[in-house]
Design a protein around this ligand. Structure first.
Ligand code: SF4
Ligand code: SF4
Length: 449
């Protein structure tokens, strides 16, 4: 191991507070899964299994089946009162992830208003470049011509402080027109192919939020190295992820999964669905079921999760360290839980924030996640039902939870129905209509019981 690598490793271990390793187990390309001392000892004793990796079809690299999504880092308010990434906490999380074998980190131009690429690059530069995969994405909506495409790509290399990207994605392709406008007609795809030939892109692919026809079209345009789709046990049918996955697999292209928990909603199941999962396996959490579902598909190279809490990161690492694909009987458990879950109507928001900012201050993802949480906890009163004790109790809970979770200036009642947000939602949620629905409940509650 050369001196620079020793220092890098020492830094890595400092983040997770486990001291300095001996000379054994030097870094070697992304095939190596970095481990800390304690974990290495436990592995030697056979107490735990290493985090599961899958072999990439392009270079044969071993990629961790759990990938770190850099979209939802912990945040804090700076002196000017602006929310910014909390660098210390983020460093702890990424360092811990890396030391425990996660070697795929996924950022994008627009995450955290452009700050995610910078912070991800700052932290990862402490680790040997060949020991991790860095993915980022070209912001499709900003590509106006070839020059702009070139500018964006160069800026991204600079922001991330790297010479190349391991995975480079055309971000959030939502229609054929979108793709043609940004990549075909401008020549930007040709330019990206040149960057790939020059080694500044190792694998080229796209992330996808569209229909079957668009998927078929895109798959014909280029022999992509990978495709990233939204896949979880709800979207397998609801968004026809099954079709997308099967088309990708049929062409021998590897699949990357985003939104395995559907923006967290699959961790907030209603009591009936939760009961079904608990009865089948009292020790597994809803998140573990959902991760196992996504990763059980053999053509999935890695599953992304945006982890901003250490306990979530640890739980997820544990799931993938002991990764076991679902058995047939477990698929049946999920199908039953899903049926129970779909009886209640949550808003299928993934908190991607593409609809933001709202010109009238509504925090759309926060309003929807709060509402969904109240649905899951059975706190939403039936405004068409009788004004009985149940209605009063739920009404009080609904109002007080809303009050404490969403600052008044960001609540749904600020919505003017302007419709600006609606075309930006990749989930095709009728945002103004959902705001009206929530406001109707509020109206019924504030008019008195
Ligand atoms: S429709 Fe409502 S939520 Fe959407 S941008 Fe307009 S005011 Fe904001
Ligand atoms: S409403 Fe749509 S665009 Fe907005 S955060 Fe939710 S999923 Fe994303």
């Amino acid at each position: 191991m050369d001196e620079q690598k020793k220092i890098s490793r020492r830094k890595a271990l400092k983040y997770i507070g486990v001291g300095v390793l001996g000379a054994a187990g030097a870094y070697a390309a992304v095939r190596f899964t970095p481990l800390n001392d304690k974990l290495r000892e436990s592995l030697a004793k056979g107490d735990v299994r290493p985090i599961t990796t899958r072999k990439d079809k392009i270079f044969g690299d071993q990629i961790s089946l759990l990938a770190f999504g850099c979209m939802r880092f912990p945040t804090r308010r700076n002196e000017e009162g602006t929310m910014v990434i909390d660098r210390d906490q983020t460093r702890q999380l990424l360092g811990y992830a890396y030391a425990n074998g996660i070697n795929y980190f996924d950022t994008a131009y627009n995450y955290h208003n452009g700050e995610s690429e910078v912070v991800t690059g700052e932290i990862l530069k402490d680790f040997p470049r060949e020991s991790f995969c860095l993915a980022t994405k070209m912001p499709t909506w900003l590509v106006t011509d070839l020059e702009r495409g070139k500018e964006l790509f160069r800026e991204q290399l600079q922001k991330c402080q790297v010479d190349y990207f391991d995975f480079y994605l055309l971000h959030a392709l939502s229609s054929i027109e979108d793709y043609n406008r940004a990549y075909r007609d401008t020549g930007v795809l040709e330019y990206l192919k040149e960057e790939k030939a020059a080694g500044r892109i190792r694998r080229l692919g796209f992330s996808f939020h569209a229909n079957e026809e668009t998927m078929d079209y895109l798959l014909e345009q280029y022999p992509w190295d990978f495709v990233m789709i939204q896949m979880n046990y709800l979207d397998w049918e609801v968004q026809n992820a099954r079709y997308m996955y099967e088309q990708i697999e049929k062409r021998g292209i590897q699949c990357l999964v985003m939104e395995p928990l559907r923006g967290g909603s699959l961790t907030r199941l209603n009591s009936e669905a939760l009961g079904i999962l608990k009865e089948a396996d009292p020790k597994s959490t809803p998140a573990q079921w959902a991760f196992r579902y996504a990763a059980s598909h053999a053509n999935v190279l890695t599953v992304l999760s945006g982890m901003n809490r250490m306990d979530h990161l640890q739980e997820n690492i544990n799931t993938f360290r002991k990764f076991k694909p679902l058995r047939k009987s477990e698929y049946e458990v999920i199908a039953r839980a899903l049926e129970a879950y779909r009886k209640i109507s949550q808003i299928p928001c993934t908190a991607c924030a593409y609809c933001m900012p709202c010109p009238y201050g509504v925090d759309i993802p926060l309003v929807f996640s709060t509402y969904n949480e109240m649905v899951a906890r059975d706190m939403v009163p039936d405004i068409n039902g009788p004004r009985d004790e149940d209605f009063i109790r739920k009404g009080q809970e609904f109002l007080s939870y809303l009050e404490k979770t969403i600052p008044v200036e960001h609540q749904s009642h600020n919505c003017t129905d302007c419709g600006v947000c609606k075309p930006h939602c990749p989930q095709e949620i009728d945002i103004p209509a959902e705001m009206r629905r929530i406001n109707e409940i509020l109206g019924a509650l504030t008019m008195g019981y």
